[in-house]
Ligand binder design. Sequence first.
Ligand code: C5P
Length: 223
Amino acid sequence: MAKRGVIIVAGGSGSRMQSAIPKQFLMLGGEPIVARTINTFSEAFPGAEIVVVLPEAHMPLWENLRARFDVAPHRIVAGGVERFHSVLNGINALSSEVEYIAVHDGVRALISKRLIIRAMLAAEEHDAVIPVVDVVDSYRRVEGENSYIVPRADLRIVQTPQIFNAQLLRDAYNVEFNAAFTDDASVVEARGGHITLVDGERTNIKITTPEDIALAECFLNLM
Ligand code: C5P
């Protein structure tokens, strides 16, 4: 079986949660958000290398939390200025033997094992895979005083884990940062890679604002 690596990015300081503690360390269902994320990946890929990217200033807080909760084995590395730099630090922390790399937002703690495995199987066939879901709202693009409807059928909401052939990802990240790089697929695409879409999950939300925590607790009760 191909050797798998996982990068869980939780290196942001997250101002939108309006909380002194970054959102990835808040409690969800009795454990820190990022602990749940790590454990789900460890169950999906037993024996995989897991690297967790954290804000340098919060590493002592995480050391304290990981000692108090049941968290699968993982290594930690410091984050960078943008998500791009945090992922790059994660790539550099994985061993060169890793053949496929899954990059996942630490705050997407409701990810299911099923989706992780399904996306990995697709990546082993197509090299660059991201989960997406359809949009249900209407969207408008604003240009100065005017706004224009965007055809909804053409849009998808992008989630993680984004899973790549490791060499493809390493080569793609060997580039200067560009503000258009909002996720890993955008970096791989800039290098000429083709992105394959798989069905994501509506419950795989990016816990970002205080109301997301309440929503996530509700989803947990349904799972
Ligand atoms: O900022 P954004 O909401 O796009 O963050 C998505 C994920 O990337 C979060 O899990 C966040 O912790 C992580 N991140 C990071 N390093 C940064 C910024 C964001 O690891 N500098």
